[in-house]
Write a protein that binds this ligand. Structure first.
Ligand SMILES: NC(=O)C1=CN([C@@H]2O[C@H](COP(=O)(O)OP(=O)(O)OC[C@H]3O[C@@H](n4cnc5c(N)ncnc54)[C@H](OP(=O)(O)O)[C@@H]3O)[C@@H](O)[C@H]2O)C=CC1
Ligand SMILES: Nc1nc(=O)c2c([nH]1)NC[C@@H]1CN(c3ccc(C(=O)N[C@@H](CCC(=O)O)C(=O)O)cc3)C=[N+]21
Length: 289
């Protein structure tokens, strides 16, 4: 079994970014990322903090905009419009999910598609479906594809099963796997899928993006399959330093011995998401010239 080291691949992506940042600097350009957080969800705060920290580390311009949990939809919209007009900002990310009074779809549509480094705007969703390379690919599935590539996993002709059909992970992941750069045969499973275990057992590549700890069990995975675990779940653990642990969607201990390759959680897909966000921000800065 090969453990796919997401931290290491993410560090490699960041190294590539550093070179591009240096080149842009010579032209007097500093890529800028704005991260908007509405409310005080502790997990979201952690992610937003690590995104902003990574930017600072790399000498990128970054701005963190924190709005209270009771901010109105119009207030969030006004922040997005200000950032759209700000020439120092090339990428805008509004942390998902926002509080219920915020219409997330409307916020995403308000972001200038050229600054939509999350790849959530309908223009970028369409560009992904059309395989138009000028669009932004959502960071998490882009990171998963890079992990498969770096681990030397053959996707062409492979049977891939993606569990989950969200616009953030499952659906774009399926599009990338079936695309001309990858050529997998893709099945997308979700909560209405019948005989999920049987569907999964066909897979050479399983991508788990459900949001439930230990959801993917050993009986669902074929011997020699590759498993990409996107899940980030907090489980209580009194003996852990913070009182909780982060686990994925895969029962790692039972599944990993059967796999050709598998990503751990933490240290798998998560670090790649941030690396691809930086990479998308650089792309946005370049396209803005
Ligand atoms: N590592 C990273 O960087 C990131 C990790 N994540 C993590 O990935 C996981 C998924 O996130 P996200 O896609 O946003 O989650 P969503 O809740 O938006 O989507 C979950 C998907 O899983 C499906 N599902 C739920 N229950 C079942 C079931 N019993 N059987 C089959 N399918 C089921 C749902 O089906 P249906 O559509 O029918 O409801 C849905 O399509 C979460 O743990 C999240 O924290 C997310 C983003 C980034
Ligand atoms: N607009 C928007 N864009 C996002 O990209 C987005 C979002 N909203 N909402 C929430 C999800 C989740 N997400 C993660 C990013 C990094 C880690 C990560 O770095 N995880 C580390 C450590 C996790 C920890 O210790 O807490 C790891 O897996 O090793 C996890 C999850 C981005 N998301």
């Amino acid at each position: 079994m090969k453990l796919i080291d997401g931290k290491q691949v993410a560090a490699q992506v960041i190294e590539e970014c550093k070179q591009e940042i240096a080149q842009l600097k010579e032209q007097g350009i500093a890529p800028g990322l704005a991260v908007v957080l509405v409310g005080d969800d502790p997990a979201s705060k952690v992610y937003v903090g690590s995104k902003v920290r990574k930017c600072a580390e790399l000498g990128l311009h970054s701005e963190k905009i924190e709005l209270p949990a009771d901010a109105t939809h119009e207030e969030v919209l006004a922040v997005v419009e200000r950032l759209n007009a700000d020439e120092k900002i090339h990428g805008i990310l509004v942390q998902s999910p926002p509080p219920p009074q915020i219409d997330e779809d409307a916020i995403v549509r308000a972001i200038d598609p050229a600054k939509d480094v999350d790849g959530f705007h309908p223009v970028n969703v369409a560009k992904l479906a059309l395989e138009d390379a000028t669009g932004f690919v959502p960071c998490t599935p882009a990171g998963c594809m890079r992990l498969l590539k770096e681990a030397g996993i053959e996707t062409s002709g492979a049977e891939a099963v993606v569990i989950g059909r969200s616009m953030i992970v499952g659906k774009p992941m399926a599009l990338l796997l079936m695309g001309k750069d990858s050529n997998a045969t893709v099945t997308v499973a979700h909560s209405r899928t019948k005989d999920l275990a049987e569907v999964c057992r066909r897979a050479d590549i399983v991508v788990a993006a459900i949001g439930r700890p230990n959801f993917v069990t050993a009986d669902m995975v074929k011997d020699g399959a590759t498993v990409i675990d996107v899940g980030i779940n907090r489980v209580e653990d009194a003996s852990a330093p913070r009182g909780y642990r982060i686990v994925g969607d895969v029962d790692f201990d039972a599944v990993s011995p059967k796999c050709a390759a598998i990503t751990p959680v933490p240290g798998g897909v998560g670090p790649m998401t941030i690396a691809m966000l930086i990479s998308n921000t650089i792309k946005a800065a370049k396209l803005a010239q």
